[in-house]
Design a protein around this ligand. Structure first.
Ligand code: ADP
Ligand code: MG
Length: 618
């Protein structure tokens, strides 16, 4: 047999390598900005179009490159950062593999302009799919500008794999935030589709967080600052009552590099135990400094996991540092947060473990009591359609119906001499037409209703969700909007703006009356079916639920939104219902498109046949 092994041409090899380095526009953003930082820039501008699919451009005032270096920078394994393997252990730069530019150029149209500070002219290179198309001397400013256009133009499979613009935009933004949070001393700007998203002048860490997330954060932040032999931990956590329904502000950095770590995340969240609900996440910005030898530095450039030698000791130390900070915050809520924390922690030696400190907390402190109507709205009922909608639900009385009534109901049933057949056929029709007696609410969560052949338990929340969902999607044309007496202005996070833009029209189709004014959502009305709810809490809940749902591209926006609205507006467990309300739910449920299954796929009704019940007494 003849020889079959060939060396791949370099542009093909680059394309293959690119698959590892460049997954999406956000990876390009990361590589380019890291190069700018390595080049000593203190002003870095990021310009992105269409979530980065069309353009990612980074302009810096760093050292720039010579003509030859500019050309060399596109070669694989071309780097100015290390010369020998040993250099890896004393690495001061973010890059060192010399792979990024080669990989990016293999799968995009790249134009590079660069000039050394003491040179008169700079150089411009156009590189398309690893081919240098042109190189010429140009007038340009000091530093480097790299524009990466039409990502994956020559790898359609990869291009098709990219998400919607808004999805890619959010990934780009995440990457930008991670970098901006590590370099508060550098000036960054960020433009997307011609709009200025951020302009971040040099500042300190606290100000940088506030620049990124808004002035409100200033008083939410609690500093941490602890040091032992094996690790220095610093940064900010947030007061428990500002925890969020999604963990998108959980930032861990080690030696100025973002990383993800469920173990350390657990240490942090665990320190909040008892202060926040289990489905809430405290924003945090936590930085570790460790000796470079104690972590695995030779990690893959796109990986965000990092291995620590002293994992367990750091876990315990981290958790205790956060408990300390929170404990201090609780006993002294008026603490001046400009002061760094003053308590001392005994130095931790290598291999030593940490004992948890005793925390003094204010027993009256209630993190859920934010004083807004938000906290009370979950126990208030939402209106429902039908007759009850207009009045019934607002007259809810405390109601002690419970198991006593359950027995009472069965007694009553006996008196009524309902025929008990031995087989129960729970088809919806039969339940509907069945002898439905007075329903009973159980544990403020289930509605028990007797039916011909036994009884059923209805999950009140899921049932109401089904009813609202059908209302929202079924009678689209005459969805009733309840105008608010006073419009609500809801400040949105920049991060979420593209998604708000995407859904605001559909939200309005579903009974809201709201509009975007810059990064404020003005709410003027909400669906009549949810008229008793706090509109801001409702709409934030809808947004969060929608975001969870968003990945599923097969489902229409409106359907996903209806699901979110129904899930957020439906009567939660814990809401006491009157007989009429329960009756309404039962009737409306059985008139709905799918009485057995809630829009979230969960079971609504459980049936108990007389057969089963009788067996239990044997
Ligand atoms: P690495 O960063 O791993 O060295 P890259 O492919 O990212 O590899 O970059 C290759 C080389 O190009 C760098 O080592 C650096 O010398 C040069 N370079 C890249 N970007 C810039 C920039 N913005 N300013 C100055 N030099 C740069
Ligand atoms: Mg690099």
């Amino acid at each position: 047999m003849s020889d079959v092994i060939k060396l791949l041409p370099s542009h093909i090899a680059n394309q293959i390598a690119a698959g590892e380095v460049v997954q999406r526009p956000a990876s390009v953003v990361k590589e380019l900005i890291e190069n700018s930082i390595d080049a000593g820039a203190d002003k870095i501008d990021l310009v992105v179009k269409d979530g980065g699919k069309t353009l990612v451009q980074v302009i810096d005032n760093g050292c720039g490159m010579s003509d030859t270096d500019a050309r060399m920078s596109f070669e694989r394994h071309a780097t100015s950062k290390i010369a020998k393997a040993d250099d890896l252990f004393a690495l001061q730069t973010k890059g060192f593999r010399g792979e990024a530019l080669a990989s990016i150029a293999a799968i995009a149209h790249v134009s590079l302009k660069t000039k050394l500070h003491d040179a008169e002219l700079g150089t411009e290179i156009i590189n398309e799919g690893s081919k240098i198309v042109s190189q010429e001397a140009v007038m340009c400013s000091n530093g480097t500008s790299i524009a990466v256009k039409n990502l994956f133009f020559n790898v359609p499979a990869r291009r098709n794999f990219l998400g919607k613009n808004s999805t890619e935009y959010r990934k780009v933004l995440d990457e930008f935030l991670r970098i901006a949070l590590v370099h508060p001393g550098l000036h960054f700007t960020f433009h997307h589709d011609g709009e200025e998203i951020y302009n971040l002048p040099p500042s300190n860490l606290r100000q940088r967080i506030v620049q990124l997330y808004g002035d409100a954060y200033n008083e939410r932040l609690v500093p941490i600052n602890e040091e032992t032999d094996i690790v220095k931990i610093y940064g900010f956590i947030t007061k428990p009552n500002y925890s969020k329904s999604k963990p998108d502000q959980s930032f861990l950095f080690v030696n100025n590099r973002f990383f993800k770590d469920r173990y350390f995340n657990h240490a942090i969240v665990n320190a909040y135990e008892g202060l926040i609900a289990s489905n809430k996440y405290p924003p945090y910005f936590v930085y570790f400094d460790v000796p470079t030898q104690s972590i695995d530095v030779n990690v893959h450039p796109t990986k965000t996991e990092i291995k620590f030698e002293e994992n367990q000791a750091i876990y315990a130390f981290l958790r205790s540092a956060i408990k300390q900070a929170l404990g201090q915050f609780n006993v002294a809520p008026t603490l001046d947060f400009e002061h760094e924390s003053t308590f001392t922690t005994p130095a931790l030696k290598k291999g030593e473990t940490v004992k948890m400190p005793e925390i003094k907390v204010n027993p009256d402190y209630n993190p859920f009591n934010t004083g807004s109507s938000a906290s009370s709205s979950s126990t208030k009922s939402a209106g429902v359609s039908g007759d009850v909608k207009s009045n019934g639900f607002s007259q809810i009385q405390p109601n002690k119906q419970d198991w006593e009534n359950f027995y009472g109901e069965i007694e009553e049933e006996k008196h009524n001499e309902v025929t008990v057949s031995s087989s129960m056929d729970v088809d919806d029709e039969e339940v509907l037409s069945g002898e439905t007696k007075k329903p009973v609410q159980i544990k403020e969560k289930y509605i028990m209703s007797s039916v011909k052949n036994g009884f059923i338990l209805i999950d009140q929340y899921r049932a109401h969700m089904r009813i609202l969902y059908d209302d929202l999607l079924g009678v689209n044309d005459n969805i009733q909007v309840q105008q608010l007496l006073f419009e609500e202005r809801m400040e949105l996070e920049k991060h979420d703006l593209p998604m708000w833009k995407e859904i605001v029209e559909s939200i309005n189709d579903l009974g809201f009356d709201c509009e975007l004014e810059g990064d404020v959502l003005v709410i003027k009305g909400q669906p009549a079916v949810a008229k008793d709810q706090n509109p801001v809490v409702l709409i934030q809940g809808i947004f969060d639920t929608y975001q969870h749902d968003e990945q599923d591209e097969s489902v229409e926006i409106k359907t996903k939104l209806a699901r979110s609205i129904a899930a957020n507006a439906a009567l939660k467990g814990g809401t006491v219902l009157t007989i009429e309300e329960m009756q309404y739910i039962i009737d409306a449920l059985f008139a709905s498109s799918s009485p057995q299954i809630a829009p979230n796929g969960k079971k609504i009704i459980e049936t108990f046949t007389m057969d089963e019940i009788t067996k239990r007494f044997n």
